[in-house]
Design a binder for this molecule. Structure first.
Ligand SMILES: [Ca+2]
Length: 194
């Protein structure tokens, strides 16, 4: 089992039936945080010249765990990687779905801006995302993104999807996510604000 909810939005859980709910005690109600675990060595590769996705280990893109918190003031997400590097272009992606709308955030890290630049994708265009803060910690192997709730319209709940893509420069890419066992990430159930 790849995905494990340690804390769940118990009353709104409607995820895949394959998901294991790890709750040693009666599940708390309306928790605003999710913790996700992911396998090691389970990245996928794809390219500009081939079709589909193939399993291929790539520690720089390999997500090991994640945390999503819907707090009073912001949605904060964090992914832990096997071994982040400053060698290839990496796109850290976070999609936040609210009622009737999805916000698409991308942080790009590459030569010249290893700290990353945050964008929101709006109608296919990448625009800078003031108010959105992030940190790429290459020593701790973590990527953190914080989106103020006011930028999301102060939603009652959010559904979140995290993933990343790494481009090694020859048209070859790697991807991984903590949201599914495959290359395609799935959204969380609704996470209410707290
Ligand atoms: Ca992984």
């Amino acid at each position: 089992m790849k995905l494990t909810f340690l804390v769940v939005a118990a009353t709104t859980l409607s995820f895949s039936p394959a998901v294991a709910v790890a709750a040693p005690h009666p599940a708390p109600q309306h928790r605003a945080s999710l913790r996700l675990s992911d396998g090691a060595g389970d990245t996928w590769t794809y390219s500009d010249t081939t079709v589909g996705y193939t399993p291929a280990p790539q520690p720089a893109a390999d997500v090991l765990s994640a945390r999503i918190h819907h707090g009073r003031y912001a949605v904060t997400t964090r992914m832990l990687f096997a071994n982040l590097t400053r060698e290839s272009t990496q796109w850290y992606r976070c999609e936040i779905h609210v009622a009737g709308l999805t916000h698409w955030y991308i942080v790009e890290a590459a030569e010249g801006h290893w700290r990353g630049i945050a964008y929101e994708e709006v109608q296919g265009e990448w625009v800078r995302a003031p108010g959105v803060t992030h940190k790429i910690d290459y020593a701790a192997e973590t990527f953190t993104l914080r989106v103020p709730r006011r930028l999301l319209g102060d939603p009652a709940w959010v559904r979140v999807r995290l993933h990343n893509d790494l481009g090694i420069g020859d048209g070859t890419f790697f991807t991984d996510n903590p949201m599914s066992a495959g290359h395609k990430p799935l959204y969380t159930p609704r996470i209410p604000a707290r």
